[in-house]
Design a binder for this molecule. Structure first.
Ligand code: NAD
Ligand code: MG
Length: 395
């Protein structure tokens, strides 16, 4: 088979690094076309030496200069570009077969969308893009004939449990219900009275997964599961009422699909993102991901619990936004991004996260999400409102 060219958006992140680990195991199948990072120039330079991309992208011109200088002694140094437009270009480049969309947050939307519009195989980790702009993103996938492969472990599990030949964005024949599993994060059993004083490091200490800091906080608040509920509705064309969330602290069952005949199919495995990444890269084939075999005996005793909405108020907020539709999920996502980054910077306490999101959703009116402009306007409005609320929650 001929080698496929891959662009990795967000190469220095947790998903980006896991993707490069899988790609490096299969040099006969894949070559790296472009690697992108935001500000981590030294890390990106090291990745360029190891994976020899044709193009490398960073955020600012001064970062690009520094990166180019660091790589000048390579035999074939990558072409170094900078800025948001360059991200879109490496996502849509005619040379590229697959794009790993692994930038975190709304910042990833334009490049993820550019990959879809260019008809690529889009490996979507950047869930915020779909949460914000579901209708626009799914229309782009359909219009351009892109192939959308979910990388979020739960959605990848659901995808794998769909009927043979299933295409993301369509309703799976005979599907009654989707069951999204959630670990419950680091605060599943913590005394709620002590949550007011948790630190960013405590919130990021996930029991089963090692991830970027934003998604780690989202896992602690369970906003991550709320975003995943909305993500699932777009990926699998189901209303939110057909998606149930169950806490499963061991993170061995990654999600389940229930069919009308009562059959329930699940995908299991060690909690290692290289499994969904390898599944997406090679789909419908299978390749080695470097992941250990699942030892069911060692992991005996899988538990399941209903989520407690009082402990995790972000869950009902997300479910309400999912039901409202339109730009409500974009408002939710933007408010969450501002609140989480303020929490990570030590500017607000942990309980401010749901409080700010709730206040933004109450004060900003949701409208139609049919165009990118309307989605970006809602995103900007919610960010501004959330920023205004920060001083009220200052620690
Ligand atoms: P991370 O913080 O580890 O990495 C983020 C990457 O995006 C980095 O390469 C960073 O340089 C880049 N980036 C950040 N801001 C940017 C900006 N403004 N412009 C351009 N690039 C920017 O995050 P992560 O944990 O790898 O998560 C990436 C995405 O994958 C998120 O949307 C997350 O929800 C999703 N996801 C992650 C995991 C996981 O296990 N880490 C699992 C499921 C889904
Ligand atoms: Mg997930």
């Amino acid at each position: 088979m001929s080698q496929q060219a891959i662009t990795v958006l967000g190469a220095t992140g947790s998903i980006g690094l896991s993707t490069l680990d899988v790609l490096a195991r299969h040099p006969e199948r894949y070559r790296v076309h472009a690697l992108t990072a935001h500000r981590r120039v030294d890390e990106l330079a090291a990745l360029c030496r190891r994976h020899c991309p044709r193009v490398a992208v960073v955020a600012r011109p001064e970062d690009a200069e520094r990166l180019a200088a660091q790589l000048a002694d390579m035999d074939t140094p990558p072409e170094v570009r900078f800025g948001a437009r360059a991200l879109e270009e490496v996502a849509a480049d005619p040379e590229v077969d697959q794009v790993m969309a692994a930038i975190v947050g709304a910042a990833g939307l334009p490049a993820s969308l550019a990959a879809a519009r260019a008809g690529k195989r889009v490996l979507l980790a950047n869930k915020e893009a779909l949460v914000m702009a579901g209708p626009v993103f799914m229309d782009a996938v359909r219009d351009a004939g892109a192939v959308l492969l979910p990388i979020d472990s739960e959605h990848n599990a659901l995808f794998q449990c769909m009927p043979a030949g299933y295409v993301a964005g369509t309703r799976g024949a005979g599907v009654r219900r989707l069951l999204l599993t959630a670990s419950g994060g680091p605060f599943r059993e913590r005394d709620p009275a002590t949550l007011a004083t948790v630190t960013p490091d405590e919130a990021c200490a996930h029991p089963n997964w090692s991830m970027g800091r934003k998604i780690s906080v989202d896992s602690a608040t369970m906003m991550n599961k709320g975003l995943e509920l909305i993500e699932a509705c777009w990926l699998f064309d189901v209303p939110p009422e057909q998606v149930d969330i169950v806490i499963h602290p061991e993170s061995v069952i990654h999600s389940l699909v229930e069919y009308v005949d009562g059959s329930v199919l699940a995908q299991l495995g060690e909690p290692d993102m290289r499994t969904p990444i390898a599944s997406g890269l090679a789909w419908p084939e299978r390749i080695d991901a470097g992941v250990a075999s699942l030892d069911l005996v060692a992991r005996a005793g899988l538990r399941f619990e209903a989520p407690d909405e009082d402990r995790f108020p972000c869950l009902p907020l997300a479910a309400a936004a999912a039901r409202s539709g339109g730009t409500a999920p974009a408002l939710l996502n933007a408010a969450n991004e501002i609140a989480v980054s303020a929490f990570l910077e030590g500017r607000v306490g942990y309980p401010a996260i749901p409080a700010i999101i709730d206040a933004v959703l109450t004060s900003c009116e949701a409208g139609s999400a049919a165009t990118l402009e309307s989605v970006l306007a809602a995103d900007a409005e919610a960010r501004e409102r959330a920023r205004e609320l920060l001083p009220r929650h200052a620690v």
